[in-house]
Design a protein around this ligand. Structure first.
Ligand SMILES: Nc1ncnc2c1ncn2[C@@H]1O[C@H](COP(=O)(O)OP(=O)(O)O)[C@@H](O)[C@H]1O
Ligand SMILES: [Mg+2]
Length: 345
């Protein structure tokens, strides 16, 4: 299912503020998205998921500053260093090749413009070759793609339900046939049934149209069925990543274990939700060493001193990574981190 790399993020760092007042929001984030892949990015609120999404699409605004790293996009028209790209190059890439559906995007629709005008405006701005008739035709087609009848074209946003407005935003994101769609909590504001409908449809569209997805959520359980690969974020760092099933069946970072225990299982027996004691640290007061150590039931002495390197834990596939000292030096792992990876993989 996974093809060639389409987006490569290396050691990306983001600060909020400058000089003495700068606080680091993202530290050394590295990840690779492949063609057609769904990469799920999960972590508690405040862990830096949206900041990462804004930074890698170059939509980050002041006081946010990218202070280091590399983001390479390998599009159909060639490769581009997104962090070095000028405004004109970014304009060509945005919407056309990389589009974004942001958190609370459904409030981003213009309340005084009809749906068809908003869709055709986007097409007019980026596809100057289309006639008015072709633009309307494409708008109808896009709405149909996301399950909205053409008779809704003349509606104003307030005449649509939250779910429908979010579908319109997804239609807009797909309007120019992008190669990557970044979705930041696209269904968080919706009820569970609507959320499921939209996600099912999104996955169908992805298979049909072939775009890759970065799907951001605070709800790790959503990613079970959705994602091919999952990356877990804590206090601005990617602390674990791996193939989705592998990560679910055998989490290797204590934070991932806690996150998985925080949500009721979708299938199988109901388990008591353990959650994670304490709360995530403020960026201005990050703990020394591993930021998770004060909440970690398995913390060693060195966890309070040094940040752990990203290691490939034993028993996982080669793409599996966990930033945790427990995986250093072949020590015996605490039981929750030693769950074997079943033969169902
Ligand atoms: N404009 C800003 N100025 C200062 N700090 C910010 C700003 N936006 C976000 N942050 C901080 O960056 C951290 C990550 O935020 P965010 O990326 O929104 O996390 P998430 O999307 O995972 O909830 C938080 O601690 C947040 O307070
Ligand atoms: Mg966010």
């Amino acid at each position: 299912m996974t093809g060639e790399p389409i987006l490569e993020v290396r050691d990306l760092c983001v600060d909020y503020g400058l000089g003495d007042r700068a606080v680091r929001a993202i530290t050394d984030a590295s990840l690779t998205l492949h063609r057609g892949e769904v990469l799920g990015l999960a972590g508690e609120s405040g862990s830096g998921k949206s900041t990462l999404a804004y930074a890698l699409t170059r939509l980050l605004r002041a006081p946010g500053v990218i202070t280091g790293g590399e983001v390479r996009f390998h599009g159909r028209d060639g490769s581009l260093d997104l962090l070095a790209a000028d405004a004109a190059a970014l304009r060509r890439v945005r919407w056309n090749q990389i589009s974004v559906v942001f958190q609370s995007a459904m409030h981003a629709l213009d309340p005084v413009a009809r749906i068809d005008a908003q869709l055709t405006d986007a097409l007019r701005a980026h596809r100057s070759g289309l006639t008015a008739e072709q633009r309307t035709g494409r708008a109808v087609e896009l709405l149909r793609l996301v399950g909205i009848d053409a008779d809704r074209l003349r509606s104003y946003p307030h005449e649509l339900s939250g779910g429908m407005r979010q579908r319109v935003m997804i239609a807009m994101a797909l309007a120019l046939d992008p190669e990557i769609v970044v979705m930041d909590e696209p269904t968080t504001a919706l009820d569970v049934v609507t959320q499921r409908e939209i996600l099912t449809e999104l996955m169908r569209l992805k298979d049909e149209l072939g775009f890759a997805v970065v799907f951001i959520t605070h709800d790790l359980s959503l990613l079970v069925e959705l994602a091919d690969t999952i990356a877990i974020m804590y206090a601005g760092r990617l602390v674990e990543r791996g193939p989705a099933r592998e990560l679910f069946e055998g989490p290797r970072h204590p934070y991932t274990v806690g996150l998985l225990d925080s949500f009721p299982a979708l299938h199988g027996e109901r388990v008591r939700m353990e959650g994670i004691p304490g709360s995530p640290p403020a960026l201005t007061a990050l703990p020394t060493g591993c930021s998770f150590h004060p909440r970690c039931p398995f913390a060693l002495e060195r966890c309070a001193v040094d940040f752990p390197p990203t290691a490939t834990p034993a028993g996982g596939s080669a793409v599996r990574l966990a930033a945790c000292w427990l995986h250093e030096g072949g020590r015996e792992l605490p039981a929750p981190l030693a769950r074997s990876l079943g033969s169902t993989l």
